[in-house]
Design a protein around this ligand. Structure first.
Ligand code: SF4
Length: 219
């Protein structure tokens, strides 16, 4: 039943929304920086911050590593919490250059589980950010969980309100083929459904998942 529901959700979202072409970034460097910048803000603000980095010709991990943190904070100001995020990006870079010499290919060759543990040990890198970097930046088969995933899974009876991040991640990973492209698309589709329909107060009318059993207060 769980497996059937998880696969049906994907089928319905995919049919309605089509391919999402995530992550919206031109390079691995940009995806990693974007994954940190998108914490607690909307994507439009991230785009402005990345636009500033590009305009200043520092949209690469090596270039960002070379500039002062104050300069970085100023450039990413549109993304909000810019001092905190500048520190987080610098924390990531300190680890990346210490452990991998700034070599993305070496990073990509590392095992997903141990890389995740290391990413989570970096101050300011939480589970969603770490998993976004692993999946969208490094092409690792890991399912990204966010607020929308929790909300949609809960409202369709896949989990109870005690379920935690890793439990929900396992639920998706155990019931889907282990496939980077599928995990990429599925998460992007859940975000789309969450933004358009599955808001704090659900708009089930017209939602692609309206035909599936769900039990919630509706608008
Ligand atoms: S809006 Fe309603 S039908 Fe759509 S995902 Fe949320 S609970 Fe399901």
């Amino acid at each position: 039943m769980t497996s059937e529901t998880i696969n049906k959700i994907y089928e319905l979202l995919s049919k309605r929304f089509g391919e999402q072409y995530w992550w919206p970034g031109e390079s691995v460097d940009e995806i990693i920086v974007g994954a940190i910048l998108t914490q607690n803000t909307n994507w439009g603000n991230v785009e402005k911050a990345i636009g500033n980095l590009k305009q200043a010709s520092v949209m690469s991990l090596a270039a960002i590593n070379a500039i002062e943190i104050e300069r970085l904070a100023e450039l990413i100001r549109p993304a909000g919490y810019y001092n905190v995020k500048a520190k987080r990006i610098k924390n990531f870079l300190a680890w990346f250059f210490d452990e991998f010499g700034g070599d993305i290919e070496q990073l990509k060759k590392s095992d997903c589980a141990s890389l995740r543990v290391e990413l989570l040990s970096i101050n300011g890198i939480g589970r969603e950010t770490a998993d976004s970097i692993l999946l969208y930046g490094l092409g690792k088969a890991i399912f990204v969980i966010d607020t929308y995933t929790f909300r949609i899974a809960y409202r369709h009876g896949l989990i109870d309100d005690q379920c935690d991040y890793e439990e929900l991640q396992r639920l998706f990973e155990d019931n889907l083929p282990c496939n980077v492209k599928l995990f990429n698309e599925y998460h992007a589709l859940l975000v789309r459904a969450g933004k358009e329909f599955c808001k704090p107060k659900a708009k089930c009318s017209g939602c692609p998942l309206e035909c599936l059993p769900h039990e919630i207060e509706q608008e």
